[in-house]
Structure formats: C-alpha cells, structure tokens
Design a protein around this ligand. Structure first.
Ligand SMILES: C[S@@+](CC[C@H](N)C(=O)[O-])C[C@H]1O[C@@H](n2cnc3c(N)ncnc32)[C@H](O)[C@@H]1O
Length: 304
C-alpha cells in the first residue's frame, strides 16, 4: 500500500532511503481550492480513487457527504448512537482545565494490541478516529495505531467502531496529549515511528494560544520518543497555526530534519509540502478543502 505507514522501517537504513519511500513520492499534482474564482471543469481524483468533477462536487455535494464517501469502505454503523445516545460534540475543550491536568492511565498494551511490539503511529487530536481507522485497516499486520483525544465521547465511539471493525491494531485513549503523551508512549513496548498532529484546534485569540496542543515540551517529548528515522507529520488549514507548529519543530533542527533537506521538490515556494502524503485526508482537511482552504503541511524526520 502506498502510504507512509510502511515508510519507517524497524531497522534504520540510509537517511536517503527515505527518498524511495512511497511517502515521499514526488506529487504529480497540486490540489486546487474548490472555490477558485473560475471553477475548472476538470476531474479531480479523491484519495479513495474516485474521480469527481469539481464544479459538480461544489454544487451537489456537502462536505459531510464528502467525509462519508471518502470513508465509505469503513462502513461504520450508526449503532453507537442507537445504543449509547447521540454524540453531541462540544466545539472546543479547554485543555488547561484542572480536571484535564492528570495524565491518562497507562493501559496494558498487550491487552490492546494483538502484537504490541509493532511500530506505533500516534495521532494527537484524533477527532472521530476515522482517519486512523482507515490506516489501521490497511496495515493490520505491520503497524499499531494510537489516537489521543481530549473529547471523551469521541474516544468511546472510536473504540466502539474499532471493535466493530475487529481491528486489533488500533486504540483510542481519552487524554490531554500535552500531559499524557510522554508517559503513554514511553511504556509502549515497540518503536514509535510516526506522530501526526493534524488540523489542531486553532484557539485564535492570543490569550488562548497556551491552550494549543503544540507546545514546546510536547514537541521535545515527541522528538525524544521517536526512534531515529521516525517522522512527524503536522498540518493545518490555518496559516498562523501551521507557522506556530513549524517554528516549534524547526527550532530543534539538530535533531529533526525537514523533508526539504532530503528532496526540495516536494515543497512549494514557502516550504509547505505539496500534497497529502497519507493517502487519506482527515475530516477537518476534507471540510477545509471543500471551503477552498489551503492545507499547510510539514514532515520532519528524526536524525539517525
Ligand atoms: C480540529 S479537530 C481535528 C481532528 C482531526 N485531527 C482532523 O484533522 O480531522 C482537533 C482535535 O484535537 C482535539 N484536541 C484538542 N486539544 C487536545 C489535547 N490537548 N489533547 C488531545 N486532543 C486534543 C480536539 O478535541 C479535536 O478533536
């Protein structure tokens, strides 16, 4: 499968073997905003391979429908809502609340994964979990997935769905990542090969920037916990948030290498990755692109 999941081998090879990874394949196209002033009548290929006319998509499809179709093969049921009540989701949670300052309990990894020695990908702020489930389904025997999410109902539903899909390589934990990440991943028996932070809550007002999930201590914990050659993938549809993450990860350039040092042609003129390297868009990404937003992405690799 052409995705980044197999991109970080358990053994460390040459730094430049990254170039041959499907994860870093030179993109063949640049996605255009859906709401360009003149709407091109060309077809666009979704990450699930379905060709759609952009103009048609804009007129007849709403963004929740796009999410549903992009994740159609997960075939997730509505049973959770039927059995446990409608999942009403608060817009934002304040991660600085006292009740969220305790680290999440560390699970018994052997109970959670059928093979807890497999390489691990952690998605911070995993939202509904569909993105991670899509990946887990495609990499059943080669990778484990862990979603950290601060909204408990989303976590309950995601674990319910994972169970329904009989996925034994994925788990979601109700956790404030800024206080729980380090302890959780340090107890995981296998190597941490990939961490993603995708479209984190923007907390626009300056006085709330401290609520953003990407703070320097978390960045340092991520870098410390990754195996050499392990990767970090961050993205946002909000330029200011993307720049904030970029500045924080760029600061530790003695330990992290950005992909432009390996292959500059993967980036646009401003240093953002030209395309989504995962083979699947996150829900926020789908909504944002539908609205015409650009997604600002960076990928780093821990030095070997
Ligand atoms: C805008 S949503 C994006 C969800 C998903 N990554 C996507 O791209 O569709 C941000 C998610 O991060 C979660 N979140 C915010 N702060 C967090 C924290 N400190 N720890 C864990 N999750 C957090 C939010 O609850 C929310 O589900």
């Amino acid at each position: 499968m052409a995705s980044l999941l197999c991109a970080v081998p358990r053994t460390t090879g040459s730094l430049y073997s990254i170039l041959s990874s499907p994860f870093f394949k030179k993109p063949t196209r640049k996605l255009k905003p859906f709401f360009a002033t003149s709407i091109p009548q060309t077809n666009r290929k979704c990450s699930n391979g379905v060709a759609v006319s952009i103009a048609e998509e804009r007129e007849t499809v709403r963004s929740p429908q796009l999410v549903a179709s992009e994740y159609a093969d997960l075939n997730l049921s509505d049973k959770f809502s039927e059995e446990l009540g409608h999942v009403r989701i608060r817009q934002h949670v304040n991660p600085l609340r006292a009740s969220l300052s305790e680290p999440a309990p560390v699970p018994d990894w052997c109970d959670i994964y059928s093979d807890s020695t497999l390489p691990l990908m952690v998605d911070i702020g995993s939202g509904s979990g569909r993105f991670l489930m899509w990946l887990a389904k495609r990499n059943l025997d080669s990778m484990n997935y862990l979603g950290l999410e601060i909204r408990q109902k989303l976590v309950k539903r995601a674990n319910y769905w994972a169970n329904e899909l009989a996925l034994s390589n994925i788990h979601f934990i109700f956790a404030n990542a800024t206080v729980s990440f380090k302890q959780l991943v340090s107890t995981y028996p296998g190597p941490l090969t990939l961490v993603s932070i995708l479209c984190p809550d923007p907390h626009f007002k300056k006085k709330y920037h401290k609520r953003r999930v990407v703070q320097q201590p978390l960045v340092e914990s991520i870098v410390d916990s990754l195996i050499p050659g392990g990767r970090v993938f961050v993205q946002s549809d909000v330029l200011e948030v993307a720049l904030d993450m970029r500045n924080k990860f760029d600061t530790i350039s003695d330990e992290l290498l950005h992909v432009d040092k390996i292959n500059p042609s993967l980036l646009d003129d401003e240093g953002w990755l030209l395309s989504n390297p995962m083979g699947i868009r996150t829900e926020r990404e789908i909504h944002a692109e539908f609205e015409g937003a650009k997604i600002y992405r960076r990928v780093y690799q821990k030095r070997k």
